[in-house]
Ligand binder design. Sequence first.
Ligand SMILES: CC(C)(COP(=O)(O)OP(=O)(O)OC[C@H]1O[C@@H](n2cnc3c(N)ncnc32)[C@H](O)[C@@H]1OP(=O)(O)O)[C@@H](O)C(=O)NCCC(=O)NCCS
Length: 161
Amino acid sequence: MIRDAKASDIAAITAIYNDVISTTNAIYREDAVDESERLVWFEDKKKHGYPVIVADVDGLVVGYGVFGSFRFGEGYNHTVEHSVHVASDFRGQGIGKKILEDLIERARLQNHLVMIAAIDSTNTQSIGLHAAYGFVESARMPRVAKKHGNFLDLVLMQLML
Ligand SMILES: CC(C)(COP(=O)(O)OP(=O)(O)OC[C@H]1O[C@@H](n2cnc3c(N)ncnc32)[C@H](O)[C@@H]1OP(=O)(O)O)[C@@H](O)C(=O)NCCC(=O)NCCS
């Protein structure tokens, strides 16, 4: 089941987020965050009317998705940038697809026109997932980030809604 996240889901969301930080290059951060940091992030999304959703399997939060502003400035109001993360034990079972489908639907309902995924260039799963939903590469930005001493290339993929 895909549903809106609640404050009580923050512990599970934080655990998934920290695992993705420590085991992948999908998030360009190195240090774990605590639940209070994710709660501030969650409240900020809610305040601006952006969705935070979770995949709930029998009461267990196994993934989440979110979108928010792409860049500062009202000229970007019709464009959102989203993220999808699934707990490692639950990947490859269609959960990422369900979260992404729901985010696309919500972005349409909010009358946004463009969705952007910012993906590490080595993340073939995420690039494949987004391509399957019609996202196309619109930028490839060499060495814009660094993690554990290694420069990383960022790929932007966008979907015209
Ligand atoms: C990327 C991620 C969200 C995908 O979620 P998931 O639940 O594992 O993916 P699903 O099972 O729903 O979807 C799999 C789809 O992705 C694509 N895909 C998966 N692995 C792929 C690969 N190696 N190459 C190409 N496409 C791939 C396919 O379209 C596949 O659909 P199919 O099985 O019908 O062919 C998940 O692996 C994850 O959280 N990874 C770590 C964090 C991360 O990378 N987040 C995204 C940041 S941009």
